[in-house]
Design a protein around this ligand. Structure first.
Ligand code: C2E
Ligand code: CA
Ligand code: CA
Ligand code: CA
Length: 279
């Protein structure tokens, strides 16, 4: 089960039985990988659209498989979710991102925030605020320098519980962004009550922004709504200058995407963050 090139390998097999077997194999390799610490974080810069300043980075996990090379999270996060392995992996990601933020700070690189993705299960099962509080304390990171990203669909799975968890996270002082916004079914009544700080506009809207006027309208509406709710708006998956220019008019606050930089390993992203190299 490999191939597809680009250093990325897919575990996908078309047959159902093969798929079940492959899940099991993937689960076993994931367990081993966690033991063997084969995970790395890559970091993608986030830019303030008005000033061009780097406001922070998003941590994105990679599996450095000894034989298969770099495996992207879409290939293993869903299985990690189903099997509960995400609890351990997620705790590692959180701890590592906090540790790195402190290391950068010690090098004189002060970021507004380092963002970490939380999956639905991480958000539901553990008491997320307690896990986050311990990670911050262990690393010695100020809560305000951490941003937790939770997808709109994860939050809406049980909006009542989410409301409580979000409130606890905010009480800690961490920032909270709703990820992939526009792809789930947010109840606007809840959105109003969620103590969040940012909406991240899903990259599917950004991709066709300049082709489909409806996507342009949705993007503008999300930015406007974010602002009227007192939230920041961040566009993800911005790949071209033209998309970037479009996003200026509605006043989108932040952008992330290949137009500036893909997610990079720490040794490659650090020169950008320290201003040694412009994006
Ligand atoms: P996401 O949080 O929506 O992350 C954005 C994805 O878009 C990343 O894929 C990133 O590499 C990619 N991307 C960035 N800029 C561009 C661009 O300009 N164009 C395009 N087409 N794509 C861009 P990646 O790193 O493969 O991660 C995929 C998903 O896996 C993430 O989506 C997130 O949901 C999940 N994930 C990643 N790391 C973690 C983690 O540590 N924990 C959890 N629970 N989930 C994670
Ligand atoms: Ca994210
Ligand atoms: Ca996203
Ligand atoms: Ca996504």
């Amino acid at each position: 089960a490999k191939g597809q090139g680009g250093g990325t390998h897919r575990f996908f097999l078309p047959n159902m039985n093969d798929r079940a077997l492959e899940r099991l194999e993937l689960e076993q390799s994931l367990r081993l990988a966690i033991e063997r610490q084969e995970f790395r974080l890559h970091y993608q810069p986030r830019i303030d659209l008005e000033s061009g300043r780097i406001t922070g980075v998003e941590a994105l996990v990679r599996w450095q498989h000894p034989d298969l090379g770099t495996i992207h999270p879409d290939e293993f996060i869903p299985v990690a979710e189903e099997t509960g392995l995400i609890d351990g992996l997620g705790a590692w990601v959180l701890g590592e991102a906090c540790r790195q933020a402190v290391e950068w700070r010690e090098q004189g690189i002060v970021l507004d925030s380092v963002a970490v993705n939380f999956s639905a299960r991480q958000f539901r099962r553990q008491r997320p605020a307690e896990v986050v509080r311990r990670a911050l304390e262990k690393a010695g990171l100020e809560p305000g320098r951490l941003e937790i990203e939770i997808t709109e669909s994860a939050v809406m799975q049980d909006a009542g519980v989410a409301l409580e968890s979000l409130a606890e996270l905010r009480a800690l002082g961490v920032q909270v962004a709703i990820d992939d916004f526009g792809t789930g079914y947010s109840s606007l009544a809840y959105l109003k009550r969620f103590p969040i700080t940012k909406l991240k506009i899903d990259k599917t809207f950004i991709r066709t922004l300049l082709i489909d006027p409806k996507d342009a309208a949705i993007t503008e509406a999300i930015v406007a709504m974010a602002h009227s709710l007192g939230l920041r708006a961040c566009a993800e998956g911005v790949e071209t200058r033209k998309q970037l220019e479009f996003l200026r008019a509605p006043g989108c606050d932040e952008v992330q995407g290949y137009v500036f930089s893909p997610p990079l390993p720490v040794e490659q992203v650090t020169p950008y963050l320290s201003g040694e190299r412009a994006l």
